[in-house]
Design a protein around this ligand. Sequence first.
Ligand code: NAP
Length: 491
Amino acid sequence: MITHAKPVVAFDLVIFGGTGDLAMRKLLPAMFRRFLDGQLPAPCRLIGVAREQQSTDTYRQRVSEALRKAVKEDDAIARIDAFLGMVSYHPLDATSDTGWEDFAQDLKSIEDHVRVFYLSTSPGIFVDICERLRQHGLNGEGSRVVIEKPIGHDLASACEINDAVGAVFAENQIFRIDHYLGKETVQNLLALRFANVLFEPLWNAAHIDHVQITVAETVGVEQRGPYYDHAGALRDMVQNHLLQLLCMVAMEPPASLNADTVRDEKLKVLHALKTIDAGNAGQVTVRGQYRAGSANGQSVPGYLEDLGSPASDTETFVALKAQVCNWRWAGVPFYLRTGKRMPHRVSEIIIHFRDIPYSIFAESSGRISANKLVLRLQPDEGVKLWMMAKYPGPGGLRLQSVPLDMSFAEAFGVQQPDAYERLLLDVVRGNLTLFMRRDEVEAAWKWIDPILAAWAESPDSPRSYTAGTWGPSASVALIERDGRTWHDDDH
Ligand code: NAP
């Protein structure tokens, strides 16, 4: 395996919520992989914090079990003990003053480390944590804070969180994470658009017919029912992940990769989105909720059974048609779709080019499909460019659509790093390019809030769809009314 890992400066990573699902499943395994690649300098400290009383030894044992689930190779497993030497645990209740003095002293025992505070807890205690970090002088220049979605459940609550965190940390110390931006394919979108001459001249309404962004999960709500029922797919996925992907596709070429330059361009896209409200939500949005069906060949219950509740109007599926109102994208719909209990787990962006203006081929040569550029974020990150080619051999000129297929894993001979690996080290480096700025999060909510209001006013409930299907039939109708179809045939 070829690696080009550059070590970062020594740092302390404090994970508030260090015993939680995200810490155990994503954050600590991500740090372990960076350790295996030799990217963590020896004096780094990884400190788990939660209320539960337990010793560092017990915590290390739990981390070790989590790493064994995440990493399968024998030579990696053999290095778990060396990694655990960096890991410690500090019991602390973020909502109480007890224990903070000792915790602060411990951190300050090494002054020159970059300090990263990862708030992997419910947003309800972000303010408590930040306020106590300030009281104990832990918010100085070398400190950074990472906040996870959801950043609020509407514009007003997002502003409250941003105000509270912003009262303690400067904007350039705040890393609002959207792990989709850490995915290789998303960064490759920058490379594809701005490191090649091929695509940018075509990247506009004159050559692109429409764009589709699909983020489909096969899982249901699992144990997250109580959280999810207050959120729904629009808040949980569209407000952050799908809109961020839309921005990366639609933004103008930034003058540099400087964080604010890129984020300025993304913000302009959010500001250019056509409002969806009670006047048009019925035509351009579809919400659905899964009923019992099947997933991975097994029968699965519906959303209400998963939730253990007789009724809920929370959507587990959204499809919508967004419009970016500017010169580049006038008249080019962006169809966004996300849902739980879909037939496949897939996240992809499809750039659907226009049809050729005139065909010189006989009808017997076959149908000429428009070119499609498919950027797949998961699984198997990669890029496919669908092109027309001649079917080989004699027998007349027969045309067929074939993909130029680039799997990144095959092309570069490396396993794709998990998004958190990249993003956590970007935090240490102080590189904000792949993190959301305050005004982006708020602009996204400003667009989402009228959709939520329109749905709340509507007498209609989410439409049912059977688990294991691509959502309600109204989602198919949404795109077919425009003479287009969802790109579902390649999974
Ligand atoms: P979780 O499994 O419920 O873990 C919550 C953690 O917070 C636990 O370690 C808990 O430990 C700790 N905690 C709760 N109250 C505390 C307090 N007063 N003081 C200190 N620690 C406290 O949650 P999660 O799934 O890891 O998610 C964490 C955050 O990331 C949430 O905001 C979630 O929305 C977001 N997120 C999660 C995922 C994911 O895949 N899990 C993905 C995206 C975003 P104690 O109870 O012992 O204190």
